[in-house]
Ligand binder design. Structure first.
Ligand code: THG
Length: 735
């Protein structure tokens, strides 16, 4: 076993404290940084004043730290370019590793080896954001940047790689991909430790919660998961508890010395004393079994000495292998196995299965597609299937990536990427911050599809749907379904090393609406197939494209037949289904006559089953057809409807509403007393942690449209001069 991981299983390890604040106290000159251009780039010191960095390292080992972090936090090529040091990226990172390695060697004993963590901070980009400048980078570019830095750190001698202070979950995924690609190219393998940064509401910058962080990272090739920076330990408590209870990894917690405050001269103050910090972290060790602790901003050797004292004699919890039971969006996670009911996967965003989506994709009306996503979630969908395949267009991958990115910012439901093209699946996975489901692989033309899609599945940590199709075609009998499933299981689990819980078998659904003799028993065979697969391949999950069963029937008949078929599949172990969630009715609530008509057809119990079902719904007419969802504020005054539109992020129709309100109010009144209060409420909800940042930005978009429409109506006389606005922010701020 790796020495660092073994040490983590034997005792609680203590990471060092802040580098930046220690350096600040030394009042270094331009010359120390190798010239004025590099001043403030602490990483430049490893080139020009290695002795200074070694001194800081020594101070922390003297204090009792077990692990040193290299002075390479902002030493990615992207960051070093800002100081004109990009060309020296490899040299700098190797030096940073060597300096720490040498100091660690001075202190290491056989009983207490000291470790070196190669520090990898954020690049400053925010690939998942909608900001055009900050997101102007690809997953592969980020992977290359992290790969280069990681290789140099490992060559310089680090014991582990530490991805830390991460703001964007997709950047973390890219960093892990960059590192594992280097391992695959022969780089010495070291453990990977990945630490996110959460704000006081417990979310990452773009609204990702700890559940999504845990679900996504647990599915990747990391060994230690954790949190660092931003707040003191108090705000991390719930998230830390979540990680120790749910993650399969060791857990590290490296907070600031308290939540930063502003001092009288505008300076940052970290309020927690060594004793306070140590008391809180000791409780994480004692109460939760955290495996590593340490200090981020504002911590000093005195803090680390107190932490070393607190950790002494303690052993953290032993991580247990866990089935990867969650998928995640960029916001939160969803359990693949719901309690007592199947996971519902919304089928409506499908260019093949919806005329409306096809029209919207042709028109590139993405906002409207987002509404289809949100409606499905409101209607009970836990996950959304997305398919953008159109024969009329050749850019399925571009449209898929666009929609996946937009959905990530507008719906909390994780996504299922539905495509037959590996290129499209790749485009989706490389823009998706969470843990997705890939739909699908099969053996129709031999192993080709599996061999091209599985590396993408593995690198992204996705779950994957496998259809029971092989060279002989779609498996129609239960025995054939099992046979194909076994073959796929062998390839996916044994060859690609994917855990069985990430493999979802689709035993195929055929329509019962044609009366075709070949398919009379198809539902029975599918039900039996699900049962066999669940029995003989323990740990795998099952799914179906449920609505296929009723293709060709009237909508009212379809909703009932789909519900009945789903009920029988769930009874034998079906875990999830692609459906129109709001049309699914619980079996017990279905009218007894209709239930029996459907059961007759599903189980092929009488030759006239189909005819009787069709006849029944013919007579019943179309009343059961679903009516389009209407806004619940339809009868309200227009002021309320505008307010709601901003709060609910609905841009469609905002101009008509503004037109309407202008009949009774003047434009300035509308701006001050209708629009601004709505936006203020959005701001208040954000402040209270009820809304995440991407939602606020979408509300702001609605506001912008309303104001843009209002502007020409504002009379010049109402213009009281533009005045002066002074905006101040800090370097590197994200706004
Ligand atoms: N297995 C897996 N994936 C799948 C399927 C499957 N993905 C696609 C499909 N099958 C599941 N999705 C749908 C989506 C829509 C419909 C059926 C299945 C559907 N649409 C109506 C129709 O075509 O008549 C609505 C038409 C419209 O609104 O325009 O029934 O089996 N793994």
């Amino acid at each position: 076993m790796d020495a660092y991981l073994r040490a983590l299983s034997e005792r609680v390890l203590v990471f060092d404290g802040a580098m930046g604040t220690s350096l600040m106290a030394m009042e270094l000159t331009d010359a120390d940084f190798g010239g004025p251009r590099h001043h403030g780039c602490n990483e430049a010191l490893v080139l020009f004043r290695p002795d200074v960095i070694a001194t800081v390292h020594r101070s922390y080992l003297d204090a009792g730290a077990d692990v040193l972090e290299t002075d390479s936090f902002t030493a990615s090529r992207l960051k070093l370019d800002e100081y004109g040091l990009g060309e020296r990226t490899v040299e700098l990172n190797r030096n940073a590793a060597r300096i720490a390695r040498e100091v660690a060697a001075e202190f290491s004993t056989p009983e207490k080896p000291r470790f070196v963590a190669g520090s990898l901070g954020p690049t400053g980009m925010l690939i998942s954001s909608s900001d055009p400048t900050l997101s102007k980078i690809t997953f592969d570019e980020l992977a290359d940047i992290y790969g280069e830095q990681s290789r140099a750190l490992v060559e310089g001698g680090v014991d582990l790689l530490l991805i830390e202070t991460s703001q964007d979950l997709l950047e973390m995924k890219a960093a892990i991909a960059g590192i594992t690609r280097e391992f695959d190219r022969g780089l010495r393998r070291v453990p990977i430790q990945a630490q996110a940064t959460l704000d006081v509401t417990g979310r990452m910058l773009l609204g990702t919660d700890i559940r999504a962080v845990c679900a996504t990272l647990d599915a990747l090739a990391i060994d230690v998961i954790g949190l660092n920076c931003s707040t003191g330990p108090a705000h991390m408590r719930d998230a830390v508890r979540y990680l120790v209870e749910n993650s399969r990894c060791f857990v590290a917690v490296i907070p600031n010395a308290g939540l930063p405050l502003m001092g009288p001269k505008g300076e940052t103050i970290y309020p927690e004393s060594p004793d306070e910090l140590a008391r809180e972290l000791a409780s994480f060790v004692r109460d939760f079994g955290v495996n590593a602790i340490g200090g981020c901003c504002g911590t000093t050797p005195a803090h680390i000495a107190a932490l070393a004292e607190a950790a002494r004699g303690h052993v953290g919890r032993a991580p247990e292998p866990k089935p990867l039971q969650y998928v995640a969006s960029a916001m939160t996670a969803t359990a693949l196995k719901q309690d007592g009911s199947p996971l519902l996967i919304g089928e409506r965003i499908n260019a093949q299965g919806s005329r409306k989506i096809k029209r919207l994709l042709l028109a590139e009306d993405y906002d409207e597609i987002m509404l289809v996503g949100r409606e499905q979630v409101d209607g009970g969908a836990h996950v959304l299937d997305v398919c953008t395949a159109l024969t009329e267009r050749a850019d399925e991958d571009v449209q898929m990536a666009t929609i996946v990115k937009k959905l990530a910012q507008s719906v909390p439901a994780p996504l299922m990427i539905d495509s037959t093209e590996p290129k499209v699946i790749e485009a989706a996975l490389k823009i998706y911050a969470g843990r997705a489901i890939v739909n699908s692989i099969h053996l129709e033309n031999g192993r080709g599809k599996v061999d091209s899609v599985m590396p993408l599945v593995r690198e992204s940590g996705s779950a994957v749907v496998a259809l029971t199709i092989d060279e002989q075609g779609m498996a129609k009998t239960a025995a054939r379904k099992l046979e194909v499933a076994k073959r796929i299981y062998h390839i996916v689990v044994d060859e690609f090393g994917i855990p069985p819980g990430a493999l979802i078998f689709d035993a195929l659904t055929f329509t019962l609406a044609t009366g075709d003799a070949e398919f009379l028993d198809s539902a029975v065979e599918t039900i039996e197939g699900i049962k066999l697969i669940k029995e003989q391949l323990p740990g795998v999950l099952t799914s179906l494209g449920l609505s296929n069963v009723s293709f060709g029937l009237k909508p009212s008949a379809r909703a009932v037949l789909n519900s009945v078929f789903m009920h029988h599949c769930v009874a034998v172990g079906l875990d999830m289904a692609i459906v129109h969630a709001k049309d699914i009715t619980p079996y017990t609530e279905i009218d007894a006559t209709e239930r029996e008509l459907c059961d007759d057809l599903v189980f092929n119990r009488r030759p006239d089953a189909l005819a009787r079902l069709i006849e029944h719904f013919e007579e019943k007419g179309t009343t059961a057809q679903t009516t389009a969802a209407v806004d619940d504020d339809a009868g309200m005054p227009v002021e309320v409807r505008i307010h709601n539109a901003i709060l609910r992020r609905r841009k469609d129709g905002i101009e008509a509403k503004v037109d309407e309100v202008l009949r009774t109010r003047d434009p300035v009144d509308v701006l001050n007393n209708v629009l601004l209060p709505a936006m203020k409420e959005v701001g208040d909800k954000f402040g209270a942690g009820e809304l995440i940042l991407p939602f606020v930005l979408q509300s702001a978009e609605v506001m912008k449209s309303a104001v843009a429409y209002l502007e020409p109506h504002m009379s010049k006389s109402a213009d009281h001069g533009r005045g002066k606005i002074v905006l101040a922010t800090v370097k590197g701020d994200v706004h």
